[in-house]
Design a protein around this ligand. Structure first.
Ligand code: KG4
Ligand code: ZN
Length: 331
């Protein structure tokens, strides 16, 4: 398996990303991000996203293949994100993957985007079985999901958001302040101290579920009632309160299941503030963060998940009539 070439395609949201892998190792990746285009609207517009993937995907493929002097015939497996995501976007990757698999007569491997995130801290690592079981947390613009990762291919969902995703809240809070999309990194830059003076009420949720809309509403109220905006204090208070909620769930999950290894992934996990908060909690034994370049949506995590699925003989070798789906199989 270490000599096999995997081509992976990720187009579930607003990144057109294609990567080449040799076994567990990423050879190269090419990504076109649509962030600038969606920035004008303060969020991703599904119809635009699909059209931009169609415009860009052939260019992304050609750039990657030419840079690596690779021919389609050298590819052993074609992997793609089947679900979840924006259907218009997913379908562009699906059609590209089908076409390449059909012309090269190579297996077509479908991957769930959430499996990609969960395994993203281990991209390029060969033997990962020693890390399991783990608690896996995905925090992104579309997801806030907590799993027990039993091994590299079996996961059990133990908690999820009951309203907004964590990244979505950062983006809405940022929009209210007139910050650009995505706002998570901007909010991070504006955070100056560990604790603000405002005390937001703790969300009330079922055991391991998350809820961010209460914190968001309290934040909005604070912003609206302040005449001279004390942005710094409000942002510090918001960061403190949202990160505490995340920590409460992580520690509760670890205690409940007696698992102290963590895998943390997704765009929000790029935050140095959150990383510091997680690593400073000494109850966890090993904490595995995705590299910053693999936190946001990328094809490398899809190719690596395909590698693990092929290695563990659970890969779905799809027929050419396979279709995309907006829903994850891990939910
Ligand atoms: O994983 P991702 O790139 O896309 C999705 O699959 O959703 O995550 C994007 C999200 C955005 O909501 C963005 O605001 C957030 O990740 N984000 C951050 C930071 N960097 C990106 N949130 C908090 N702090 C950051 N430094
Ligand atoms: Zn994602």
């Amino acid at each position: 398996m270490e000599n096999k070439i995997i081509l992976a395609i990720e187009t579930s949201c607003d990144e057109t990303s294609i990567s080449l892998h040799k076994g567990s190792q990423v050879i190269d990746i090419e990504t076109f991000t649509q962030i600038k285009e969606h920035n004008n609207y303060g969020g991703v517009i599904p119809e635009f996203a699909g059209r931009m993937h169609s415009q860009e995907i052939a260019k992304v493929y050609k750039t990657l293949m030419n840079r690596n002097e690779m021919k389609a015939a050298q590819i052993d497996y074609v992997a793609f994100t089947k679900q979840p995501g924006i259907i218009n976007s997913l379908q562009v990757g699906l059609i590209a993957a089908k076409t390449i698999a059909m012309l090269t007569n190579k297996p077509l491997i479908s991957i769930d985007h959430l499996q990609g995130h969960l395994l993203s801290p281990f991209i390029n690592e060969k033997n990962i079985e020693k890390h399991f079981p783990m608690i896996g947390l995905i925090i992104s613009g579309g997801h806030t999901d907590l799993y027990i990762m039993k091994d590299s291919v079996s996961y059990q969902l133990i908690g999820k958001t009951t309203d907004d995703a964590m990244g979505e809240v950062y983006d809405k809070v940022g929009k209210k302040l007139g910050l650009s999309y995505p706002s998570g990194p901007e909010i991070d830059k504006l955070t100056t101290s560990k604790e603000g003076s405002l005390k937001f009420n703790k969300p009330k949720t079922k055991e391991l579920d998350f809820s961010f809309s209460g914190i968001k509403s309290q934040y909005f109220r604070e912003i609206e009632k302040t005449n001279v905006l004390n942005i710094e204090d409000i942002i510090n208070s918001f960061q403190y309160s949202i990160s505490n909620h995340m920590m409460d769930k992580l520690t509760l999950a670890s205690e409940k299941y007696n698992i102290f290894n963590l895998s943390i992934s997704g765009g929000v996990s790029r935050s140095p503030y959150l990383r510091e908060k997680i690593t400073s909690n000494k109850m966890f034994k090993n904490i595995y963060f995705a590299k910053p370049k693999y936190c946001s949506d990328n094809a490398a995590m899809i190719g690596y998940a395909a590698y693990q699925n092929i290695l563990n003989k659970v890969q779905v070798n799809e027929n050419l009539d396979v279709d995309s789906s907006p829903k994850s199989t891990l939910h």
